[in-house]
Design a protein around this ligand. Sequence first.
Ligand code: ADP
Ligand code: MG
Length: 254
Amino acid sequence: MTTDVLIQVTELQKHFKGTQQSQDDKIRALDGVSAQIHRGEVVVVIGPSGSGKSTFLRCLNLLELPTGGQILFDGADITDKNCNINLHRQKMGMVFQHFNLFPHMTILKNMTIAPMQLLHKSKEDAEKTALELLSRVGLADRANAYPSQLSGGQKQRVAIVRALAMQPEVMLFDEPTSALDPELTGEVLNVMKKLADKKMTMLVVTHEIAFAKEVASHVIFMDGGYIIEQGSPNDVLENPKNERTVKFLERVLR
Ligand code: ADP
Ligand code: MG
């Protein structure tokens, strides 16, 4: 692994206002999270529901503004008020549980609209790249279909290559297979494995422990807004030290 740090997170906090009026009524979604993501690394984030995993990813691409701490991306402080948020977001592809494809546009149009508008690519150029990416995931023949004509697994494969069409430096995945029927998760995980083989930097929130064991270079276990334990898959998944990690793994592997 290289020692080239792409993202450096230090004491990251995200507090939401609670529903009560009192001062100390805060939801501490993240309460001091520190981590490093190196170029070419696959970091898998695991943890129970409500532990702050999505908030962590959303802070990294500024869908949520952190309330404390620092995020350095390629050395630049993205929490600084002078940061160009849109330019920063272009460097991070994000894939959610729900595919977020534009329903009224064909697959090809879904794939080309952002590269044309934001990267100022020509239509021909954007379509050529889109078709290459679609064929990489076995979907070139569906370019003129609409999202509603695709299965969940196919839609998620499109969502992944649509993000790749923006040539991001890192891909963020938030439970990309959680909304899929079990028989469709494999095809999506395979696309992600291929990306990892190509040394794409990836941060993946997932409950797929077998995938984490096979693909992750680093595993983070979160609970209650904190990182409880992090390290190699062997350390965290095979030899967890913290009682909460042990209990969580028992639950998801049962
Ligand atoms: P996870 O993805 O691990 O399930 P989340 O990051 O979604 O956890 O949520 C962490 C905590 O922050 C939860 O208690 C959740 O209810 C709370 N939270 C998340 N988003 C908001 C929001 N927009 N407003 C208030 N509370 C939120
Ligand atoms: Mg979540």
